[in-house]
Every structure is written in C-alpha cells, then in structure tokens.
Design a protein around this ligand. Structure first.
Ligand code: PBG
Length: 332
C-alpha cells in the first residue's frame, strides 16, 4: 500500500488557510447596512446619562442624539430605533403622553429629520415608556392588559409618530390585531410609504431588564408581561404570529430576543421568505459586556460572531446596541 492511500480525499481546511481564501468562500457577509441602532432619548440639552446596567450605552438629549445619528449615517448604518425616557411626572395609567405631538419621541424624530441626516427612523409602538404601571397597554382592575381598548390608543400613537417623521412603525406591544388597524390608519392619512416592522414573535423574556432601566420602567412594572408576550416554550406559535402580522400588512417582521431565539429566526425565514430582523436585546448586550469585564471574552470577537450568527440564520438585519462599534469594526 502506498502512503498516498492515507491522504484525506478532501481537505476542507485548504480554503481556510489564508484570509483571502476565507473571504472568497464566505457564505455570509456583515456590512453596516445590516445594523439598526437602538438609541435612548432624554430631556435636556448637552445631556448624556449613562445606564448602569448597559455599560457603554447612554440616554442622550435631543441635541446630542442628532450628533449620534450623524455618526451612524456616516458609518453606513441605515436606521435608528428611538426609545424615550419619559419624565415620570408625565406617565399615567393610560399613557396619554404617547399621543402628545410634542413628546420626546416626536421632537427627537423631527430633530433628526430637520437636520437632514440621511438615516431611517424606526419608532416603537407600545405604551410602556408612558404608563405609570410599566405595561405596554391599558390595565384593568385585575391587572390584565386590555387588548382592544389598547389597540385604539396604539393606532393614535402610530399616527402621532408618522406625523413626526417616523419611517418605520414598529409595534412591540403584542396586542392581537393591531397591525391591520395601524396599516389602515396610516393609509387613511396618506402615509402609504411608512413601513411597518412588526415585533411579530416577541417573547416574555428575562433579557429585557437593562432596557427597562434605560426607559425608566423597571421600578414601575407591576407583575410580568406573560399575558401578552410569547412563552419561550413555543415555536409554532411564533409562525402563527408572523402569519397574522403579514396578512394584516406588516412589511417586515422581527424576532426578539435574538440569540436565544435563533431557531425562530431560521424557521420564520424558511417559512415566509420575507425580510426578518432580530433584536439582540439589552440583556444580551449586557452579557457580552459582563464577559468582557470579567476577562472571559474579547469584545470585538464576541460582537462580530454573534452578529454573523443572525445573518447565517437568515436575518436581514439586527437591532443591536453594539451597532456603532460593529460598524466601525466593519470599516464602515
Ligand atoms: C417594550 C419594549 C421592550 C423592549 C423593546 N420594546 C421591553 C419590554 O417588552 O418589556 C426591550 C428591548 C431590549 O431589552 O433591548 N415595548
């Protein structure tokens, strides 16, 4: 027997040998266009408020927010997701501040548009940054979140955001039927070009804690959101949620949280062949930063590997608090 017989018939390591070769055979690529950057807005001027549980992430007053928007656009990030830290004095049982045309969100959206920043603005439709009880909708005497009564307000909230310049309306409230009503209302006001990105499969998750600190709702929240957000035990149900939101007029859909639900991203993409986005949420960001702080991992590698995982699963893009850092790493 010649020694040749012991050669592997195929050497998959061959294409991995050089960086140029790895790049040549890469099945997926990450670019800054894959990123949506969530940003927190607060009152004031020249104000930056660091968020303790999200090291490296701050709330920005509108003037500084516009600067962040310019940086993001210059790096090739296509879209921002805005979240307000509504002053507590303006929070109420019914969250009326969500409908105020001069609320923090509306002023922030207009400021970015008025500054001519070439970037999309995605706004969150849900009442939690505006309610005194921290829930995404209206609550009855037993503490249940009311579906239909909440929807009526969400429609008005969505219109309020569209009038302030929002490009993408993103309902994150998980009420049944709201996408159809919001689509109809947008068409009725000639906002035919305003997109809807439905938080279609949004799970009741332990990974949202730092976000609730950022929008000031953690201390306020009574109970949990399991009565309207999805149960982590369910995958088929996510497909039903997505099917409904698409039938009602959603342009794109989102799965949230991100890495713990990559299976859902892949399932949705295979079943529906529509643009699917993943939200790498606050608790996921915090886990990476905690690993870095503990010396257990290295930030650049952790960030890029997790983002690539979303692309591999079929996501069109990722909402991530690491967006600016990642765009810089990509040479954007
Ligand atoms: C609320 C909303 C939440 C997030 C986005 N929109 C929190 C929640 O449902 O309690 C979480 C995002 C994150 O954790 O980064 N409508």
């Amino acid at each position: 027997m010649t020694h040749h017989a012991s050669y592997p018939a195929l050497r998959l390591r061959r294409t991995r040998r050089y960086a140029w070769s790895r790049a040549m055979v890469a099945e997926h690529v990450l670019t800054p266009a894959d990123l949506i950057w969530p940003l927190f807005v607060t009152e004031g001027t020249q104000t930056e408020e660091p968020i303790g549980t999200l090291p490296g992430v701050s709330r920005w007053s509108i003037d500084l927010l516009v600067q962040r928007a310019k940086e993001a656009a210059a790096l090739g990030i296509p879209c921002l997701a805005l979240f307000p830290n509504t002053p507590h004095a303006l929070r109420s049982a019914r969250g009326e501040e969500a409908l105020n045309p001069e609320n923090l969100m509306c002023r922030a959206s207009r400021a970015i548009k008025d500054a001519g920043v070439p970037i999309g603005i995605l706004t969150d439709v849900a009442l939690d940054p505006y309610t005194a009880h921290g829930h995404d909708g209206l609550v009855d005497a037993e503490g249940r979140v009311l579906n239909d009564e909440t929807m009526e307000i969400l429609v008005e909230q969505a219109l309020n955001q569209a009038r302030a310049g929002a490009d993408i309306i993103a309902p994150s409230d998980m009420m049944d039927g709201r996408i159809g009503l919001i689509r109809a209302a947008l068409e009725g006001e000639r906002f035919a070009d305003v997109q809807i990105m439905a938080y279609a499969a949004k799970y009741a998750s332990a990974f949202y804690g730092p976000f609730r600190d950022a929008v000031g709702s953690r201390g306020l929240l009574k109970g949990d959101k399991k009565g309207y957000q999805m149960d982590s035990a369910n995958a088929e149900e996510a497909l039903r949620e997505v099917a409904l939101d698409l039938a009602e007029g959603a342009d794109t859909v989102m799965v949230k949280p991100g890495l713990p639900y990559l299976d859902i991203v892949a399932l949705v993409k295979r079943r529906f062949e529509v643009p699917v986005f993943a939200y790498q949420v606050s608790g996921e960001y915090a886990m990476i930063e905690a690993a870095v702080a503990a010396g257990a991992g290295e930030r650049d590698g952790l960030v890029m590997e997790t983002l690539m995982a979303f692309k591999r699963a079929g996501a069109s893009g990722v909402l991530t608090y690491h967006a600016l850092h990642a765009a810089r790493l990509m040479g954007g």
